[in-house]
Design a binder for this molecule. Structure first.
Ligand SMILES: *[C@@H]1O[C@H](CO)[C@@H](O)[C@H](O)[C@H]1NC(C)=O
Ligand SMILES: *[C@@H]1O[C@H](CO)[C@@H](O)[C@H](O)[C@H]1NC(C)=O
Ligand SMILES: *[C@@H]1O[C@H](CO)[C@@H](O)[C@H](O)[C@H]1NC(C)=O
Ligand SMILES: *[C@@H]1O[C@H](CO)[C@@H](O)[C@H](O)[C@H]1NC(C)=O
Length: 363
């Protein structure tokens, strides 16, 4: 009896291996009461009422550099992006004024990076004689909308880059800083300058970026884009829309079947910009709604935007509450993009040599 059970278990393993279920799909959506019952890279989370209780859902990305290789240009991979990455509940209280503003994420920047987030959207303001991450109220950072000094977040990025020497992080700054050299000073003080990818090496005219492995070899693993055109000249901070097209953000950008550019961006199908950023989050974040927003709706929008962008898959996918979904969520969406970008398949796992689930070139 013992033997037959073992035999049966071995048989099950062989069957599972034969089906070739991607690791991430095992246990997915099974009922759970704690994360221990789920696999690594999953959390136990209750999401939509339709799912009736807590289920195992994905909480981390597949790393395409590790799963495949880093021999493609930087613009041939997709990167999970958190919108307002700094706006989390229970931020350290910096002073006695209570926060009266909305949040967009649930865990720290370090946790986001460790879960595979590779681009952070940060709003930078002059505040209290320093640079802070903040939501704006009447165009300014206020005591009750301030989250933390920018240097705290930048130091978390620095710790991650130091501990993960093959990873690249992109920062996308909505920049309201007017203090002379304000951004330069805070980047310098954070110790991040040594990782900075130089603006002069960023391709204009739609050329490919350098290969990821070359960027890693040169230790140029931090890409910074900002929203102030003049700072490209004055401070060497790349003006985002010289290099990237971007769709409309907020509710106006979430109309099913439509993908329009935001006002600052050139046309989505402008191939002179080698990077494509797709936003998919509401104007006012709603925790519960982000489950649906980050699931099939996100995949649908990415497909719509692929066509609108001149048949280009997105490089950056920006969401709120990135771990909330009814299964694969934003992680599955990025796996899809990396599959499309790397080998034309619907999932990056299908690009691994010998995988039979998608024939290469079957785009
Ligand atoms: C895929 O196969 C090629 C050629 O055989 C080899 O160079 C490469 O390392 C393989 N890649 C992976 C991810 O196994
Ligand atoms: C950058 O930081 C270093 C060390 O913190 C400091 O010595 C240097 O003066 C700073 N440079 C600028 C341009 O602020
Ligand atoms: C792309 O750049 C080329 C060369 O500078 C220019 O002729 C063309 O008009 C540009 N295309 C768009 C859509 O801006
Ligand atoms: C890297 O991965 C891509 C996508 O799967 C593949 O086409 C390419 O042959 C790989 N290159 C090397 C050197 O393994």
């Amino acid at each position: 009896m013992g033997l037959s059970l073992v035999t049966f278990a071995v048989f099950l393993c062989i069957i599972t291996a034969a089906i070739g279920l991607p690791y991430e799909q095992q246990k997915l959506l099974e009922k759970c009461s704690s994360a221990r019952e789920c696999l690594a890279g999953q959390i136990c989370s209750s999401c939509r009422v339709e799912l009736k209780g807590s289920r195992c859902v994905r909480s981390s990305t597949t790393n395409p550099f590790n799963l495949l290789n880093a021999s493609l240009p930087f613009n041939k991979y997709a990167y999970l992006t958190t919108h307002n990455s700094f706006a989390i509940k229970k931020s350290p209280v910096q002073d006695a004024v209570p926060q009266v503003t909305f949040t967009n994420q649930e865990d720290t920047i370090s946790q986001q990076l460790n879960n595979g987030v590779r681009a952070l959207m940060l709003d930078t303001y002059d505040f209290k004689g320093d640079i802070w991450l903040c939501h704006s109220f009447q165009g300014k950072c206020q005591d009750f909308t301030a989250f933390e000094p920018a240097i705290n977040a930048l130091k978390e990025v620095g710790n991650f880059l130091s501990a993960n020497p093959s990873e690249i992080v992109t920062l996308i700054l909505e920049d309201y800083v007017e203090a002379p050299n304000g951004l330069t000073n805070v980047f310098n003080a954070s110790g991040l300058m040594k990782y900075l990818f130089p603006v002069k090496n960023m391709p204009k005219d739609g050329k490919d970026w350098p290969l990821v492995k070359e960027m890693v070899a040169k230790n140029q693993r931090l890409i910074v884009f900002g929203s102030q055109r003049r700072k490209e000249q004055s401070e060497g901070i790349a003006y985002q829309w010289n290099y990237m097209v971007e769709n409309q953000y907020g509710r106006d950008g979430m109309v099913r079947g439509e993908c329009s550019r935001r006002a600052d961006s050139s046309e989505l199908n402008d191939r002179n910009k080698s990077l494509v950023l797709i936003n998919h989050f509401r104007t006012i974040p709603i925790h519960q709604a982000s489950c649906k927003d980050n699931s099939q709706d996100l995949i649908n929008m990415l497909t719509t935007c692929y066509h609108a962008s001149g048949n280009r898959w997105a490089n950056f996918v920006a969401v709120d509450y990135y771990k909330r979904s009814d299964g694969g969520g934003s992680f599955q969406a990025v796996d899809m993009l990396n599959g499309k970008l790397s080998c034309g398949c619907d999932d990056v796992h299908a690009c691994v040599n010998g995988s039979s689930s998608c024939t290469r070139g079957d785009k």
